[in-house]
Design a protein around this ligand. Structure first.
Ligand code: MEV
Length: 334
C-alpha cells in the first residue's frame, strides 16, 4: 500500500520568537506544499528518500540503530532527522512498528523560513499513520509534529506545526499548558510579496540566541518579547478591519523589535528598507531570521517593489495565502 500526504508551508505575519515564550503569533498557510509518500514494507526497515529538497539528494536506510547512507550530501541531513523522528514518535503513539519507504518532495526552498521542517514532519506523520491504517485528526497530527520539532530542535513553539496541520490563517498561542489555535478572519486577500535571501543561520541557532540574551538581560529582552505580543493583538484587529496602513506600521515595528532581539541580518534589513522605499506599506523579516524571507505589504506599486527587491539580489516568490492544512492526497493499493 502507498499513501501520499501533503502539508503546506507557512508565513509568519507577526509574532515569531515571542511565540516561543507564550505570546500569540499570527500565521498563514501558503500554496506551496511538502509531499510525503509512505509505502509499507514487509520487513522493519525504514528507508527515507529526500531527493527533491532543492539540495543534493540523499537516500538513507535505518536498520535497527544502524544508519546506512546510500549517497551523502550533508545539507539534507537536518530534514532526515525530522522524518526519522516523525516515524519514531508516530510509531510510539499508535503502538505500531512497521518498516516503511518514505519519499519526500518539496515545492518550496527548504530552510528558508517557510516552515518546511514542520511540513516535512507533519506530512510524514499523516502518511505513515495512514499506511498503517490510522486516520489522525489535524490537531492530533499538530501535537505529534510539535513533539518532533522539540525533539530535533530542542526548543520550538507549536506555531509551525499547527498552521501546517490546520491550514488557513491562525492565531496560535501556548498558554496554561494548552495550545490555542484560533482561526482568524481576513477580509481581503493580503497583498504580500515574499523576498528570499540566503540563509546564514539555522532556526535552532536563532532560537538559542534569543534564549541566551533573555537569560542574560531578562528585564530588557522580556520587555521586547512582551511588546511583540502587544503588536500581535493590534495587528489582529488591523487584519480584520483591512487597515493596510496600520498593518504596515505594525510590520515595521515588529521588524525593529526582531532586529533588537538580534535575529535580523544586514541583507534582511537592506531588503526591508528597499521594499519600503519602493512603496511597500510595511516590511519585516518572517520566520526565525539569520537570513531567509522578508514579507512586504504592497497594496499598490507591486511591479516596482518586486523589481527593486530582485535588483537587490533577492529571489521573489508569489503565493496564494490560506491554503488547506495536512491532507491525504492519494491511496494506492498494489
Ligand atoms: C520559526 O518558524 C519560528 C520561531 O518562532 C521558532 C518557533 O516558533 O518554534 C522563530
Amino acid at each position: 500500500m502507498r499513501v501520499t500526504a501533503s502539508a503546506p508551508g507557512k508565513i509568519t505575519l507577526f509574532g515569531e520568537h515571542a511565540v516561543v515564550y507564550g505570546y500569540p503569533a499570527l500565521v498563514v498557510a501558503i500554496n506551496k506544499r511538502i509531499y510525503a509518500m509512505a509505502e509499507s514494507r514487509s520487513d522493519d526497515v525504514v528507508k527515507i528518500s529526500a531527493k527533491d529538497l532543492r539540495v543534493p539528494g540523499i537516500v538513507v536506510s535505518y536498520v535497527g540503530n544502524e544508519v546506512v547512507l546510500e549517497t551523502d550530501y550533508g545539507a539534507v541531513l537536518p530534514a532526515i532527522a525530522y522524518i526519522n523522528k516523525a516515524i519514531e514518535i508516530t510509531s510510539e503513539y499508535l503502538g505500531v512498528k512497521r518498516g516503511v519507504n518514505i519519499e519526500i518532495k518539496s515545492e518550496m526552498p527548504v530552510g528558508a523560513g517557510l516552515g518546511t521542517s514542520a511540513a516535512v514532519a507533519v506530512s510524514t506523520i499523516a502518511a505513515y499513520a495512514a499506511v498503517n491504517g490510522y486516520e489522525l485528526k489535524p490537531e492530533e497530527i499538530a501535537d505529534l509534529g510539535w513533539k518532533v520539532e522539540k525533539a530535533v530542535q530542542g526548543i520550538a513553539s507549536p506555531m509551525d506545526t499547527s498552521i501546517t496541520s490546520l491550514g488557513g490563517f491562525l492565531k496560535v498561542r501556548y498558554k496554561d499548558n494548552a495550545v490555542e489555535r484560533t482561526p482568524i478572519s481576513i477580509g481581503k486577500n493580503l497583498p504580500l510579496i515574499i523576498g528570499y535571501v540566503e540563509r546564514e543561520a539555522k532556526t535552532r541557532d536563532m532560537v538559542a540566541l534569543v534564549r541566551d540574551r533573555l537569560n542574560r538581560y531578562p528585564d530588557i529582552y522580556g520587555r521586547i518579547l512582551e511588546m511583540i505580543g502587544i503588536i500581535v493583538e493590534k495587528a489582529n484587529q488591523a487584519l480584520t478591519s483591512n487597515d493596510f496602513k496600520q498593518l504596515g506600521e505594525l510590520m515595521n515595528l515588529n521588524h525593529a523589535l526582531l532586529e533588537a532581539l538580534g535575529v535580523s541580518t544586514r541583507k534582511l534589513n537592506e531588503l526591508v528598507y528597499i521594499a519600503r522605499e519602493a512603496g511597500a506599506y510595511g516590511a519585516k523579516l518572517t520566520g526565525a531570521g539569520g537570513g531567509g524571507c522578508v514579507i512586504a505589504l504592497v497594496p499598490e506599486k507591486q511591479d516596482l517593489v518586486e523589481l527593486a527587491m530582485r535588483i537587490h539580489g533577492s529571489m521573489v516568490m508569489k503565493t496564494e495565502l490560506g491554503d488547506e492544512g495536512v491532507r491525504i492526497d492519494k491511496v494506492e493499493i498494489s
